[in-house]
Design a protein around this ligand. Structure first.
Ligand SMILES: CC(C)(COP(=O)(O)OP(=O)(O)OC[C@H]1O[C@@H](n2cnc3c(N)ncnc32)[C@H](O)[C@@H]1OP(=O)(O)O)[C@@H](O)C(=O)NCCC(=O)NCCS
Length: 283
């Protein structure tokens, strides 16, 4: 069957099982719950051959002027016939004039370049079961700990500083799905990190802080809290973090290329910045 006979429909819950099969086919670890979380935040499209999901793509808006594109997959036997481009066309129409960000695989890069995306930086993926981490001696001197809903406004403010876009819907879901830790200085929140189930184990991310030392304190706390767990970190700050993550047993296993289209050019307000991603899909 050629792609011209394949219709795109809006992604809904009935497509989740098919999407899981498709992501397994390309070796991605997404569970049904991971797809469902993305769908809650996104406008999704699926390509159907009969009842079978043979292609997916989603646009996740953040506020009025930014969005991420993710989960662009075409089943192997249907590739090279324009279905990927068709899915991206639907996504970019939904995107409108928003700045659009994504993390490209080697497969996706040529298509995204043709559609006007430009590479900005590299993302590295680290994962594994870390060696048990002794409680950091310095931690007693650091105001660092688990937080509940009362810290949501401070976390949202730090996240906005770091990303320059309103990610509160994502942060709410992360709070429901996992746990948050906040780093304080003189009573003021200066960094946060999230831990949640994802794929083969758990993800540490986002991690937002002003310095690599602060980011490492947040991540050390989370690593120490989950002895024996399979953990994953995706980071653009690999120059400062990769050796440290590798030394803890979270080895580098590849990554992707961050790309943008319709860039607003506005730098995030800072000084907080992202040290780890919520996921390659969401940034
Ligand atoms: C990326 C992917 C979705 C593309 O799907 P597809 O249906 O094969 O894409 P299309 O047939 O629409 O091709 C899109 C364009 O990219 C071009 N292209 C694809 N692969 C290319 C390559 N390796 N080198 C150069 N150009 C390439 C095609 O020529 C086409 O250009 P055209 O429309 O100007 O002719 C598919 O390869 C896939 O699912 N890969 C595995 C999952 C993945 O990595 N997804 C990307 C996540 S970021």
């Amino acid at each position: 069957m050629g792609q011209e006979t394949i219709d795109l429909v809006a992604f809904d819950e009935s497509h989740l099982d098919g999407a899981v099969l498709l992501s397994r086919e390309v070796g991605w670890p997404h569970r049904r719950e991971d797809w469902a979380m993305l769908l809650t935040l996104s406008h999704g499209f699926v390509a159907l051959e009969g009842d079978a999901v043979v292609g997916t793509a989603m646009l996740t808006p953040f506020g009025d002027d930014c969005a991420t594109v993710n989960t662009v997959i075409v089943t192997a036997r249907m590739r090279g016939r324009g279905l990927g481009r068709k899915l991206m066309g639907a996504v970019l129409q939904a995107c409108g004039s928003r700045e659009c960000r994504l993390t490209a695989t080697a497969d996706g890069l040529p298509l995204y370049e043709k559609l006007g995306f430009a590479a900005t930086h590299e993302i590295r993926q680290h994962q594994g079961i870390p060696a048990p981490l002794p409680v950091d001696a310095a931690r007693d001197a650091i105001d660092l700990g688990w937080v509940g809903p009362e810290s949501f406004p401070a976390i949202a403010a730090l996240d906005l500083e770091a990303h320059g876009m309103d990610r509160r819907p994502l942060l709410r879901l992360l709070t429901e799905a996992g746990r948050m830790v906040v780093l304080r200085e003189a009573g003021r929140s200066i960094g946060y990190a999230a831990l949640r189930p994802f794929g083969r184990g758990e993800v540490i991310g986002p991690v937002v802080a002003s310095t690599p030392e602060q980011a490492r304190s947040l991540m050390s706390f989370l690593i120490a809290s989950r002895p024996g767990a399979f953990l994953r970190v995706d980071t653009a700050e690999w120059q400062t973090l990769s050796p440290w993550l590798s030394a803890r047993g979270l080895v580098g296993v590849g990554g992707g290329i961050a790309m943008r289209r319709n860039t607003t050019g506005r730098p995030p307000p800072g000084p907080a910045k992202p040290f780890a991603l919520a996921s390659q899909a969401l940034g």
